[in-house]
Design a binder for this molecule. Structure first.
Ligand SMILES: Cc1cc2nc3c(=O)[nH]c(=O)nc-3n(C[C@H](O)[C@H](O)[C@H](O)COP(=O)(O)OP(=O)(O)OC[C@H]3O[C@@H](n4cnc5c(N)ncnc54)[C@H](O)[C@@H]3O)c2cc1C
Length: 302
């Protein structure tokens, strides 16, 4: 853990806010995990740019979205965690067949815009929790589509503070995957849509929400699908058939409703969650020979 005073002396002056030893459990859906040495909430993109241009050499930087796909270990994250929380990172602009979304925009706000403006083709994205920056990084998807199918381009900033546009060829999107340089931070995501009958858009969004309510657990501490579906298999079936659905480690178990969704209790630690995941991976490998891969991103110190 880098001490507050040591860090303060080195960090550049910003218009946004620094928070030291900030518990990350407050910012992630699983609500477990240790603190960030320091968190930075930039005021706007110029503030972020100035920070990146003047940050101390060797300071590691991690960008946190809405924390819906993350397991932060109990030791927290060394260095800096940046969160684009300010409204200046949540702007929305619609031009012709294109919507420009600030990277900090949440899916709930996207849903409102999609419904109000009848933006067809984006209905699936509205049901995935998270921010637009996180959705791009993870190539989030559901109902047979993923972000890459509606993606046009993005504005990003690199670790040196250079701002530029990146397009499809820069990301090499795959299943829940994008090739994404570690020092890039998404500032804006630009998506295409097709104007549709408002009723059709609203009904599609409602049908997607109803599907989730029927088949996926609601109101629990989870991070969505724990493991990716291996080619030709469904992760939940592999877990069920290998006994993983009944495994418990401390305060972590798999949901009774959907055994590829983790469920953690108030007593859970990040170590419980990671150990449970490893036990399930081992059980599936032993029973079926298939390698399960985490869909949740695990970060931080043990
Ligand atoms: C109940 C539930 C259901 C879910 N259902 C689905 C689903 O159907 N499909 C699906 O794909 N996912 C699903 N997820 C997982 C999650 O919602 C997605 O992966 C989402 O895109 C993550 O966005 P986030 O903002 O929360 O990112 P985070 O979890 O905060 O971060 C994820 C990754 O994105 C990076 N990141 C975040 N913001 C930026 C940025 N501005 N610039 C650069 N990198 C950034 C982080 O560094 C990290 O590597 C579900 C999760 C939950 C809790």
């Amino acid at each position: 853990m880098i001490e507050k005073n040591e860090l303060l002396a080195k960090l550049p002056k910003v218009r946004g806010e620094y928070k030291f030893a900030e518990p990350l459990s407050k910012y992630v859906w699983l609500k477990v995990g240790g603190p960030a040495d320091v968190m930075y909430f930039p005021e706007d993109k110029e503030d972020l740019q100035s920070f990146l241009q003047n940050k101390p050499a060797g300071l590691s930087v991690f960008t946190l979205g809405a924390g819906s796909n993350l397991l932060v270990r109990d030791g927290g994250i060394g260095g800096m965690v940046i969160k684009l929380q300010n409204d200046n990172f949540k702007n929305v602009r619609i031009e012709n067949d294109t919507i420009y979304c600030g990277a900090g925009l949440l899916n709930s706000a996207l849903k409102k815009t999609v419904i109000e403006n009848s933006l067809g083709g984006l209905e699936f994205l509205c049901s995935i929790p998270g921010s637009l920056g996180g959705m791009l990084r993870s190539n989030a998807g559901c109902f047979g589509s993923d972000l890459s199918t509606v993606f046009k381009k993005a504005t990003v900033i690199n670790g040196k503070g250079d701002i530029f546009e990146a397009d499809l060829k820069d990301f090499n999107f795959g299943y829940r995957h994008s090739d994404f340089p570690a020092d890039w931070i998404v500032l804006e995501v630009c998506l295409k849509f097709e104007k549709k009958d408002p009723k059709v858009v609203r009904e599609q969004i409602q049908a997607n929400d109803e599907y989730r309510q029927k088949y996926q657990p609601q109101g629990i501490r989870t991070a969505g699908s724990t493991f990716k579906n291996p080619e030709g298999y469904r992760a939940w079936e592999l877990i069920k058939n290998s006994g993983g659905a009944d495994m418990v480690v401390g305060g972590a178990k798999m949901s009774d409703m959907h055994c590829n969704f983790l469920q953690v209790s108030d007593t859970a630690t990040a170590a419980d969650v990671e150990k449970l995941g490893h036990n399930i991976i081992a059980a599936v490998k032993e029973k079926t020979g298939v390698d399960l891969k985490w869909e949740i991103k695990i970060i931080g110190r043990e």
